[in-house]
Design a protein around this ligand. Structure first.
Ligand SMILES: Nc1ncnc2c1ncn2[C@@H]1O[C@H](COP(=O)(O)OP(=O)(O)O)[C@@H](O)[C@H]1O
Ligand SMILES: [Mg+2]
Length: 401
């Protein structure tokens, strides 16, 4: 069985490992036990499946621990985001993958190779940053062609590739090829930066807050454009942002980073619907938090008992319950749900598509969000009493404190 798997996967090994692996197998050496074989096979399989693997990365700047034992696996063809507040260590991880920063300890595997000690230019990586560095005195064409000319490609090959890239980022060559960066809008400059980074066909494209300097409308448009470009070329994208909206819209998977540590890795819906920690619940989207203690019959809180589907093994523990504003129902329809509480409407804020209703009950405030087309919306008057509630299913998260 291993023969079948390994012969298919051996290509991912470095030649030296290849040799050792064969030697141990064919000469009947007992050095590699069956267990080690399985581990090795898993290891190779992981190298084949993943474009980037970070193993136990630690990076300190003086007393600041910028990367705190980070483990991460980024799949081939994946749009993967590193999401976290400013200073959480996102850029440091990106720079470690690029080879611009050397980790104090840990291993970086890129495209099946251990690149931990390789300089950036030997890593086959493209980069795009917020404060981009297009060459201001060069035309768009020459900016994109730069990396290809260094590689000594023929003029016709360079031209073909540059034109293909301009088409990919939707900047018709006949209009833009001869412009200088100063004659482009911010969004167009970022398109050129992306084209320039992709033209050499890197294994991975690293993007560090590339849309941060753009206006909201252009940023929203560029999010969809980046996603389209990534799907078209199939290159692994690793995208750094502090903006949860960007991460949710574009990513196949998101790693939520806090103080140098990975809090959770998951698809956008996993990190949003099933946050593993209070931090993730508060950083991605909005949530109401209610303190309580886990009892047999539910969670005892100041607003009354809250029933949840599972309390894991938290009996007797102090916890915080999190519930998203859009998961809470309001008015008469909330009255007979498994968790139902009476409160007073303090504030109603019209936001176009939604209404935000602040309700107070026994001293705590709950934020509720309903579609503004909801029939109940016409009955929500400030200082009147109402019901809020939700069912015990998967609506609420429970985190130990
Ligand atoms: N070259 C450096 N020298 C000293 N401290 C640094 C350096 N680079 C980053 N740091 C610190 O490491 C932490 C993580 O920084 P960074 O990776 O840039 O975070 P992010 O990109 O998430 O905002 C911060 O506390 C930052 O001040
Ligand atoms: Mg940063």
């Amino acid at each position: 069985m291993y023969d079948l798997i390994t012969s298919h996967l051996l290509r991912a090994l470095e030649p030296s490992q290849h040799y050792l692996y064969k030697k141990s197998k064919y000469k009947g050496s007992r050095l590699i036990s069956e267990m080690e074989m399985i581990e090795k096979t898993d290891y190779i399989a992981s190298k084949v499946e993943n474009m980037v693997i970070l193993r136990d990365i630690v990076k300190k700047f003086g007393k600041v621990v910028a990367s705190d034992h980070v483990n991460m696996e980024i799949k081939r063809n994946e749009f993967f985001s590193l999401l976290g507040p400013s200073g959480s260590g996102k850029t440091t991880l990106l720079r470690i993958i690029a080879g611009l920063e050397k980790p104090d300890s840990g291993i970086v595997i890129l495209d099946g190779r251990d690149v931990t000690n390789l300089p950036p230019y030997k890593r086959n990586i493209g980069m795009v940053f917020q404060h981009l560095a297009l060459f201001p005195h060069m035309t768009v064409y020459d900016n994109i062609a730069y990396g290809l000319k260094i590689r000594k490609l023929s003029n016709s090959e360079v031209k073909k590739r540059v034109y293909d890239m301009l088409e990919l980022v939707k900047m018709p060559p006949e209009i833009f090829a001869n412009r200088k960066p100063g004659q482009l809008s911010g969004g167009q400059q970022q398109r050129v930066a992306i084209a320039r980074a992709l033209v050499t066909e890197p294994a991975v494209l690293l993007l560090d807050e590339p849309l941060g300097a753009l206006d909201l409308k252009i940023r929203q448009h560029m999010m969809l454009e980046l996603k389209r470009i990534q799907r078209t070329v199939g290159t692994t994208f690793i995208y750094v942002t502090h903006d949860q909206g960007e991460a949710l819209v574009m990513s196949d998977r998101i790693a939520v980073i806090r103080e140098g540590r990975v809090e959770q890795v998951g698809t956008p819906s996993e990190v949003y619907e099933k946050p593993k920690t209070k931090f993730v619940a508060s950083f991605i989207g909005e949530a109401n938090f209610i303190d309580g203690i886990v009892k047999e019959e539910g969670i005892s809180t100041s607003i009354g008992p809250i029933k949840v589907s599972r309390t894991h093994n938290l009996l007797g523990k102090r916890v915080v319950v999190s519930i998203r504003p859009e998961r809470i129902r309001i008015g008469e329809e909330a009255r007979f749900l498994e968790n139902s509480y009476e409160g007073k409407i303090r504030e109603v804020v019209y936001k176009g598509d939604t209404l935000i209703v602040m309700v107070t009950l026994d001293g705590i405030g709950l934020k509720v969000s309903i579609p503004s087309t909801h029939p109940e919306s016409r009955r929500l008057d400030i200082n009147t009493r109402t019901w809020v509630g939700w069912n015990a299913g998967d609506e609420a998260g429970v985190f130990e404190v």
